[in-house]
Design a protein around this ligand. Structure first.
Ligand code: DHE
Length: 501
């Protein structure tokens, strides 16, 4: 029927052109879609008239950065399953949808403001500090809980790490990203959403305690080991925002300006507990910043190259960094300068690296987002001592002191359904697991005792698949909605060398 109508319309247009000459032909050219009007009528109610988000996420170029062009068109046409986002294929024409996609990827004419007033006004404290009981409301061991980020319909599930059963499920802000960060006693956890919301949960009381919007596009958060501060790194605006950890009140905004006033997006912020400081990687300038908890005055470390992604050695004296363009460097934070180059190819994902002991020496092993290999780097000589070929480019590698194996994924490749298991001494692939053929499996985290490995079946109607870490036999599956990462309170708060910090 639609084809027939289109054909009729085409004939009518042609007839009008022939009958009426140039003026009629001009009138027949379809008008440029009124995209702002379409946005106002169809999108603004959920995504905000200013595109800064509301019930739905922000729709700014920075927010859509990760969506491939086809993926954005697909959402506009068909909506998002299991959410309130409808598809417009039946009500908007293809050119209107294409124009809307282009418009959404274009920055608004005025730079959206998100400064102290907006940050302060966004904060809600649901439970004042000290108002909730100091005892867990459940019988599970609070130090062996897991948090699972479910990105399908945006939830956080809490698992009992002994019984391997869920005990609670929180709704979260849209699209959490980065590792949740725990207070030292494991009671509180802080998470950031890509849209700039920082939320604090009390895991003992299973309550959302407070939340605040620190930016319009945020990378991640870090929590100071002394329990006082939360630092968030933004790409929009180009700031870092310091909050008081107890009630998320705004403490300070650091504009990120390099030498000569060049603004920069933040790649990530980390806590460096042994240094009593935060460390920030900056995306657009060749600098790393150290912000001591005591002074809160940033110290600039000037580099030869930008760093997108980095790894701390266990004493937190050195960082091993890489830029998206490839290549790597070792920076001595005490000396404040580069001390070695790293021989790395592709796009090493150093932030996801882990360390272990081999032949009496510490090695660091990093996945690679562009090549099917793991790089093994000696932590004294900084030489790449081995390269382990894998099924394909992957995001994560994980292990535990109590297991001789490390598990890695190939989620950026056709073999994204399979994890490979590597012997930490021989550096050989000794096994594989494929939880569900054809479905993405990635991100492993071990139980506190290292006996079980929990794998994400990272799909809608996915699961956490629990394996026996010694036999690699599947023990059970817990249904989850696109589970991405999972985090064990003990492994994180003790900074286990087999997981990210
Ligand atoms: Fe991540 C952590 C950067 C895309 C899932 N990711 C991190 C961290 C950084 C980072 C800097 C460390 C933050 C921390 O510790 O708090 N991620 C990036 C990117 O630059 C990249 C490639 C592009 C982007 O979109 O920003 C990217 N990341 C992804 C994904 O597409 C993943 C697979 C799915 C998703 O939901 O976005 C993804 N990133 C994760 C996870 C962690 C993470 C699960 C936490 C790892 C951990 O175990 O600590």
């Amino acid at each position: 029927m639609r084809t027939l109508l289109a054909g009729l319309l085409g004939l009518m247009t042609l007839a009008a052109m022939l009958a009426g000459g140039p003026a009629a032909a001009e009138a027949a050219i379809p008008a440029k879609p009124d995209v702002a009007g379409i946005y106002g009528g169809r999108c603004a109610a959920c995504h905000g008239a200013d595109r800064l988000g509301g019930m739905g996420p922000a729709l700014l170029p920075e927010s859509l950065d990760r969506l491939k062009p086809d993926a954005l068109l697909d959402v506009l046409r068909h909506g998002r399953p299991a959410t309130q986002m409808p598809g417009f294929a039946g009500t908007l024409t293809a050119p209107q949808i294409a124009a809307l996609a282009t418009w959404l990827r274009t920055a608004p004419s005025h730079v959206p403001r998100w400064e102290a007033d907006e940050i302060r006004a966004s904060r809600t404290v649901f439970h004042a500090p000290g108002s909730l009981p100091d005892r867990p409301v459940f019988s599970a061991d609070p130090s062996n809980l897991f948090l699972v980020v479910e990105s399908g319909t945006h939830h956080l599930s809490v698992l009992d790490g002994d019984r391997l059963e869920p005990i609670h499920r929180f709704a979260t802000r849209f699209a959490l990203h980065g590792g949740p960060k725990f207070s030292r006693d494991g009671r509180y956890v802080f998470v950031a959403s890509r849209d700039g919301w920082v939320s604090k949960y009390d895991l003992w009381n299973l309550q959302l305690v407070a939340e605040i919007r620190v930016g319009l596009n945020t990378r991640n958060v870090a929590v100071s080991d002394d329990g006082q501060w939360v630092l968030a790194g933004n790409t929009l605006p180009q700031t870092m925002v310091l909050l008081r950890a107890d009630d998320l009140a705004l403490a300070r905004i650091f504009p990120v300006l390099g030498q000569g006033g060049v603004p920069s997006r933040v790649s990530a912020v980390y806590d460096a507990a042994p240094r009593g400081a935060f460390i920030a990687a900056l995306r657009d300038i060749p600098e790393v910043w150290e912000i001591p908890y005591a002074t809160l005055v940033p110290r600039r470390i000037l580099l030869e190259d930008r760093l997108d992604d980095f790894f701390f050695d266990q004493p937190y004296r050195h960082i091993l960094g890489a830029s998206r363009a490839g290549g790597g460097q070792v920076v001595d934070l005490d000396a404040g300068r580069k001390v070695a180059d790293l021989a790395l190819t592709g796009m090493p994902h150093l932030g996801s690296g882990i360390t272990w002991q081999r032949d009496g020496r510490d090695v660091m092993v990093s996945p690679n987002l562009r090549q099917g290999l793991l790089s093994v780097i000696d932590m004294k000589s900084w030489q790449t001592v081995a390269t382990i070929p894998t099924n394909g480019p992957g995001f994560f590698i994980r292990s535990h002191d109590a297991t001789p194996y490390a598990w890695t994924d190939a989620m950026m490749s056709p073999r994204r359904d399979t994890l490979q298991i590597i012997d930490k001494q021989s550096l050989k692939v000794v096994g594989t697991v494929t939880p569900s053929p054809g479905r993405t499996a990635a991100h492993v985290e071990f139980t506190r005792d290292g006996r079980h490995a929990l794998v994400s079946l990272m799909e809608p109607e996915g699961a956490i698949v629990v394996y026996d870490a010694a036999t690699w036999r599947e023990i059970k599956r817990l249904p989850m909605d696109r589970p991405v990462g999972k985090y064990n309170v003990f492994n994180k708060t003790t900074r286990s060398s087999g997981t990210s910090h």
